[in-house]
Design a protein around this ligand. Structure first.
Ligand SMILES: Cc1ncc(COP(=O)(O)O)c(C=O)c1O
Length: 320
């Protein structure tokens, strides 16, 4: 039995996006609403945290420790989960903090997380030292890796894949934002376990394709061991497109802005500036290029992140 807590709002709905399909003259488009998983505005981390929190509880943890960028969605959801399960939370955040707390950074504070600031270069060392200090102080820390992407967190998306198929849609393509690799690793594992015929394409948010493919393959293999089926994966099994990483992580440009506006105006759907906006921008370019056959069914898997819309950095660019 794999330890799991049940707090996500599941199954998340799958909706059609007919207006977007028509506007783009593209294939049949669907969206899976993992922006609606519950826990502090939802997102893909809610699913991962069901497994990570169960492991933390089993180990008698009293403090959750994790790290990410100032506007990390992952950290916001870790902070919420800690509050929900009566644990302390320490977040090691890198990057420039806004003068007035906003977006995820504001929510971290509402959830009562202790915030330790650092730089991108120092983040690993800082995380390690924060963890060791908590251990020495008897705070029983449990370390959640960046993005919750280890074999425990990735399990969630193997199960999510079963959930998607039980919703009577067998898409030809599943497309989503991929970064620390846990979401994609879980999905490819879930897919391989049931001999899924469609293709799973991660749009890289920040890493070169080869690097992300090997990360996902390794993580999928480790996760499969957790399920007791030891399926092997190589980079050749993993589809990643890193053509849309633009100027770098978190730097929103016109493609993301256009994608966010298009989803909002045609379907009343909100994407985020860092992850789903970028993945949707990639999807739109692929449709324009004729990458998909007109009769194919394409599922865009929304992974959350919308609180970052409400930050000065992005809102000033998105507003009219
Ligand atoms: C909104 C959102 N989408 C996608 C991702 C990428 O998921 P993964 O890190 O599992 O690749 C993240 C990761 O932080 C995220 O916050």
């Amino acid at each position: 039995m794999i330890p799991r807590l049940f707090f996500a709002h599941l199954p998340t709905p799958i909706e059609e996006m007919p207006h977007l399909s028509a506007e783009l003259k593209g294939p049949e488009l669907f969206i899976k609403r993992d922006d609606q998983t519950g826990l502090a505005f939802g997102g893909n981390k809610t699913r991962k945290l069901e497994f990570l929190l169960a492991e933390a509880q089993a180990q008698g943890a009293e403090t959750l420790i994790s790290a990410g960028a100032i506007q990390s969605n992952h950290c916001r959801q870790v902070a919420a989960a800690a509050a929900r399960f009566g644990l302390n939370c320490v977040l090691v955040l890198f990057g420039q903090a806004p003068k007035v707390a906003e977006g995820n950074y504001l929510l971290d504070q509402l959830f009562g997380a202790e915030i330790v600031s650092t730089t991108r270069e120092q983040r690993d060392t800082k995380l390690q030292s924060v963890f060791e200090e908590a251990q020495a102080a008897g705070r029983q820390p449990y370390l959640i890796p960046y993005g919750g992407s280890n074999a425990t967190g990735a399990l969630a998306y193997a199960f999510a894949f079963d959930e998607m198929l039980s919703q009577d849609l067998s898409p030809d393509w599943v497309i989503f934002a991929s970064s620390s690799g846990g979401t994609q690793a879980g999905m490819v594992l879930g897919a391989k376990r049931i001999y899924f015929k469609g293709k799973i394409l991660g749009i890289s948010v920040d890493r070169p394709a080869e690097q992300l493919k090997s990360l996902v393959a390794q993580l999928a293999e480790e996760t499969s061991i957790r399920l007791g089926d030891k399926i092997s994966f190589s980079s050749a099994d993993i589809l990643v497109n890193s053509d849309y990483t633009g100027a770098g992580y978190g730097i929103m440009d016109s493609p993301e802005k256009e994608a966010i506006r298009l989803f909002a105006r045609r379907e009343g759907l909100l994407l985020d500036p860092v992850y789903t906006g970028r993945a949707a921008a990639g999807l739109i370019v692929l449709i324009h290029k004729g990458f998909f056959k007109p009769e194919e069914k394409v599922l865009f898997w929304h992974t959350g992140g919308t609180p970052a819309l409400f930050t000065k950095q992005y809102s000033q660019f998105l507003a009219n």
